[in-house]
Ligand binder design. Structure first.
Ligand SMILES: [Zn+2]
Ligand SMILES: [Zn+2]
Length: 357
């Protein structure tokens, strides 16, 4: 009896030591984090025991507008911070709590409008991630959080367009470049385009009616300030990811920016906003400015989904023909392949945007 008990105690002690060792060396993450990472990044990319994402891939998971969860060489981060809601509820199949459970190390903010940054403060508070953006984006996130959060300012709204800041975030080399928000300009007579106005379509809102809570939340943040706009390039082991969450009139307002973007190491993947105020007079002209400057072999559109109220936004299909026609204006040798993304089918579909390092 005694020896049996001793053996039992010993076995228990060995098991506990193994568990502690596992937690210590492999850093097993909480079950909610493992579940969220498997949902966002795919079960084949996430270790079911530790929650670690494989280090030899870049896995990108779109969760609406220009918000992405990215596992870059195993490092989890967010680009923008908004789970679209307010004009609808439950259309994007996740929640702020679930995105926070991903345990990102950083949240990169392109600009401060609600459809990009409304959830930055809450996500940082819940996850411990560092908010990276202009000083204004950081201050806004800290106010939203209502509690101390980590922030890292890379410039300010007052920086002139073309201000280029380089820094490191974990293993990644990062460039952040100040560029203009989308804006309406006079029709460009040298490059005429038909106006692009989304047709009012209530189908998303009727199929996924908004809760009062989501509606009030979005109304309450509708006036959130821009705080400057940043374009980012992330580089690691020869892989480069370019991302910008607005598409400004470079031709009129930042004519030196294409050369600056072109001077970056050539990007492998370009995630770019395609919706913007410029489309009302110049169609997709401004999108082409960014695509031609980036020279990436693959272009992935964003901000073209049904993130808002009718007329402000429509489902992605409303943009496809205009985008394809615009890309067709680029000489074939320089034209990227289009990785089409549409809502809601491609939300949280990491297999569409998984790349080898
Ligand atoms: Zn904006
Ligand atoms: Zn926007």
């Amino acid at each position: 009896m005694t020896s049996m008990t001793r053996r039992g105690v010993l076995a228990g002690a060995v098991a506990s030591a193994a568990a502690v060792g596992l937690a210590g060396t492999a850093a097993a993450l909480p079950p909610a984090t493992i579940a969220a990472r498997r949902k966002f990044f795919g079960s084949r990319n996430v270790d079911p025991r530790t929650g670690r994402v494989r280090a030899d891939r870049v896995v990108i998971s779109w969760f609406g507008c220009t918000s992405y969860a990215v596992a870059f060489a195993g490092r989890v981060m967010l680009l923008d911070a908004w789970v679209p809601r307010g004009a609808h509820s439950g259309y994007v199949p996740t929640t702020v709590a679930e995105v926070a459970a991903l345990r990102p190390f950083a949240i990169f903010i392109g600009h401060g409008h609600f459809d990009h940054a409304r959830d930055a403060g809450d996500l940082a508070r819940l996850s411990g991630a560092t908010v990276v953006g202009t000083a204004e984006h950081c201050a806004q996130a800290a106010r939203q959080a209502g509690a101390p959060i980590r922030t890292r300012a890379v410039g300010a709204e007052s920086d002139p367009y073309g201000t280029h800041r380089r820094f490191r975030a974990r293993k990644l080399r990062v460039s952040a470049i100040r560029h203009p928000h989308s804006a309406i300009k006079a029709p460009d007579v040298t490059d005429p385009h038909a106006p692009l106005v989304p047709l009012p379509d209530l189908s998303t809102n009727l199929a996924h009616p908004p809760s009062l809570c989501d509606l009030l939340d979005t109304v309450g943040h509708a006036g959130d300030a821009e705080g400057g706009v940043l374009l980012y390039q992330f580089r690691f082991r020869g892989f480069r990811l370019l991302w910008h969450d607005s598409v400004g009139p470079l031709i009129e307002d930042a004519p030196t920016l294409p050369a600056l973007i072109r001077s970056l190491p050539r990007s492998d993947v370009h995630l770019g906003a395609v919706q913007g105020f410029g489309q009302l007079t110049n169609g997709m002209r401004d999108v082409r400015s960014y695509v031609q400057a980036a020279r990436a072999p693959l272009f992935v559109p964003g901000h073209h989904d049904d993130w808002g109220v009718p007329v402000v936004s429509t489902q992605a299909g409303g943009y496809r023909a205009a985008l394809e026609a615009e890309l067709a204006r680029i000489p074939a040798a320089d034209r990227p392949r289009l990785r089409w993304m549409e809502d809601p089918a491609h939300y949280l579909r990491p297999r569409r945007l998984t790349f080898r390092l």
